[in-house]
Design a protein. Structure first.
Length: 393
């Protein structure tokens, strides 16, 4: 079997393990990764954070192990699926006639974990040794916040014993085949649940002051704001743009009863430079315009205030220079969402989010897929990156 065929097979096997964040125990996934580590002669350790929340850590010891290491992180877990919406079963890792590999986690982010390992395999077979140790980790829980994953892991003795110079974690793909994105920080995560209350009565009456009419005014304010933010910039990952999405609307009992309350849940991501006092005034204004009895409950308020200073991080320049040598342009920005890299940055470990994906971004979507060529190209990219990062002094 050729190296390319082996990489595709290993990727398929990884996708075929349904590591759903909320329900999986990761046993099969850990055993798959144990086999990968053995095939590469890497050290293998499982750090059990909580029941059903293991972290897998592998190490490829460098020629100068006293040098601070390069930390390569990815997450094992994936988001839920609606199987009836998929062309092929989401955990079959089906390859179609065009060479597209379908499956949940193909983009987010099992591809990166496999690319790390397959790049190391090629380096070893080429007789290349790196000065720095590579630490490769596979963590749980990222898709539901990382609270029982990376957040706990960075507090463990096993993590604290690592001497980390620089970390890589996931980023976002680019639809431009010659452009790759690098992310040095993330937006604040700010989730609100709006409570919209009003008069109760028979569904046949045109009553005043109902929760429904207030809901309509609230949604109008939310989507007017969203439109304004979208019009600020056409750049896909613009640092100064707030994203807002309504993710859940709840309320009502039956069709002939005007409900006393609707609840609207939102996912909001605020730019790092936002004035939080002014932002809170905007939220209060939305509630006031909707009507009396409308108020906002804070669900998540995660202030992410320690981006990596790329001007003081030489490994960032190694990334940029290496990708440039390979013919890629780079765009450096704040990431639209949050990843486990924020837990590294909070303890002052410089980290960059990066995924070598150059096709349509399909993370969390139905029919998530990547091409076979994209998988293999990413391995070649990491081959160069790991060589240069691992030998940088």
């Amino acid at each position: 079997m050729s190296l390319d065929e082996l990489a595709v097979k290993n990727f398929q096997k990884y996708i075929q393990i349904p590591t759903l964040s909320q329900t999986t125990d990761y046993v099969d996934c850990v055993e798959f990764l144990r086999g990968q580590a053995q095939s590469l002669n890497l050290s293998f350790e499982v750090i059990q954070l909580k029941p059903k929340r293991p972290v897998v850590m592998m190490k490829w010891i460098g020629l100068q192990p006293d040098l601070p290491c390069i930390f390569l992180n990815s997450h094992m877990d994936v988001v839920p699926v609606e199987e009836e919406q998929w062309t092929y079963p989401p955990f079959d890792a089906h390859i179609d006639e065009e060479g597209r590999i379908f499956g949940r986690g193909t983009q987010d982010m099992k591809i990166v974990g496999i690319q790390y390992l397959e790049a190391i395999r090629r380096l070893q077979l080429d007789g290349i040794r790196l000065a720095r140790t590579l630490v490769v980790t596979f963590v749980p829980d990222e898709e539901i916040g990382g609270q029982e994953g990376m957040k706990l892991f960075v507090q463990t003795p096993e993590f604290k014993s690592l001497n980390i110079a620089f970390g890589l974690d996931e980023g976002c793909g680019s639809s431009n085949p010659k452009l790759l994105y690098l992310f040095y920080g993330e937006k604040h995560k700010w989730s609100l649940r709006f409570h919209v209350t009003g008069s109760v009565g028979h569904g046949s009456l045109n009553m005043e002051n109902t929760a429904g009419e207030k809901l309509a005014r609230l949604l109008r304010s939310l989507y007017d704001f969203r439109t304004e933010e979208m019009e600020k910039s056409q750049a896909p990952y613009h640092t100064d743009v707030t994203s807002l999405n309504v993710t859940k609307i709840e309320g009502g009992q039956q069709d002939n009863v005007i409900p006393s309350e609707f609840q609207v849940t939102t996912d909001i991501r605020l730019p790092p430079n936002v004035n939080l006092e002014a932002w809170n005034e905007i939220v209060q204004n939305w509630c006031s315009k909707a009507g009396d009895g409308v108020w906002a409950e804070q669900l998540v308020c995660e202030i992410i205030d320690k981006p990596t200073d790329i001007n003081k991080t030489p490994f960032y320049q190694v990334l940029v220079d290496t990708l440039k040598q390979m013919g890629f342009e780079t765009y450096t920005s704040i990431l639209i969402g949050v990843t486990d890299a924020r837990f590294l940055r909070q303890i002052t470990i410089p980290s960059i989010g990066f995924s070598p994906l150059t096709s349509e971004v399909l993370a969390h979507q139905h029919d998530e897929h990547v091409s076979r060529d994209e998988l293999l190209e990413g391995i070649n990219i990491y081959y160069k990156l790991l060589t240069n990062l691992g030998n940088y002094q």
